[in-house]
Design a protein around this ligand. Structure first.
Ligand code: HPA
Length: 273
């Protein structure tokens, strides 16, 4: 049976998962650096929690060690990852407070290490991204939302900026023309590395504000945090119920994305401490 080990990656405003039983902390050292996680159990599954920005939000989006994070999850034998992300909205129909299970992304990042495959050993890897997020995980989250009577929007295009600054109104206008619905600073390269490692990955985006120029006022991190605090308990409920909806039998093709991942984990691997 697959997907017995599952991880949450908590974004802005989500720094721990208190609903897990038998909680403990652990550090995985990877070739990209150390990764701190919590582990626990929930409904017969081993669950891991990783705070993307650190537990005190000390790591800015462009400096998150995405490769270390995904390597650690892979080394732990995790097969499915649900991430949360605070986002700005470009669409009236996705007002602050909305939860969106995104289904596409546009990459506007600039200077981040964004692949595991740097051409070592003469290996050139081009990974398919026709379906960027795991359809089974997305369906599990949407099912959980229906059971909880929470409104969860099915699909949205996330544009990832480099940050850490917010966007200009001119950029937001351009992004809207490109077809983006939501803007954030962290989903890329997390989603791409997860696929390169063959992990099933999905994101629940929580809208914290209308994007620059659509919002009537200035944007601030404090405003983003305030809305996250308001939405946190419902988001937690959605995460935990999604967990119980994840099928153990895989019908998706996410694993294929990881076919170049070395089976001898020494090459990219980590050590559990
Ligand atoms: N822009 C970029 N990232 C964000 C925003 C935004 O408006 N809101 C929350 N994260």
């Amino acid at each position: 049976m697959g997907r017995q080990k599952i991880a949450f990656i908590g974004g802005t405003g989500v720094y721990e998962q208190s609903r897990l039983d038998e909680r403990r902390e652990l550090t995985i050292s990877t070739r990209y650096g150390p990764v701190f996680l919590q582990s626990g159990r929930y409904e017969n599954r081993e669950v891991y929690f990783l705070a993307r920005h650190g537990d005190r939000h000390s790591v800015p989006p462009h400096l998150v060690n995405y490769r270390a994070n995904i390597t650690a999850l892979k080394e732990l034998g995790i097969e499915a990852v649900i991430a949360t992300a605070a986002v700005g909205s470009l669409r009236e129909g996705m007002a602050p407070g909305s939860r969106v299970v995104i289904d596409q992304f546009i990459d506007f990042t600039k200077g981040r290490p964004s692949t595991f495959y740097e051409g070592e050993e003469g290996e050139v890897v081009h990974t398919d991204f026709t379906q960027p997020y795991c359809p089974q995980l997305r369906a599990a989250i949407l099912r959980a939302g229906r059971k909880l009577n929470q409104q969860v929007i099915d699909g949205g295009c996330y544009i990832c900026t480099e940050g850490p600054r917010f966007e200009t109104p001119a950029e937001i206008k351009m992004f809207a023309l490109f077809g983006a619905d939501l803007v954030g600073m962290t989903n890329v390269p997390e989603v791409t590395l997860a696929r390169e490692a063959g992990l099933c990955y999905a994101t629940i985006a929580l809208v914290t504000n209308f994007a620059a120029g659509i919002s009537t006022g200035k944007l601030s991190h404090e405003e983003v945090l305030e809305v996250m605090v308001d939405g946190k308990s419902e988001l937690d409920l959605l995460l935990m119920s999604s967990l119980t909806e994840i099928p153990t039998v895989k019908t998706c093709e996410c694993e294929l994305g990881g076919r170049h991942w070395p089976t001898n984990s020494g090459t990219r691997g980590g050590v559990i401490k």
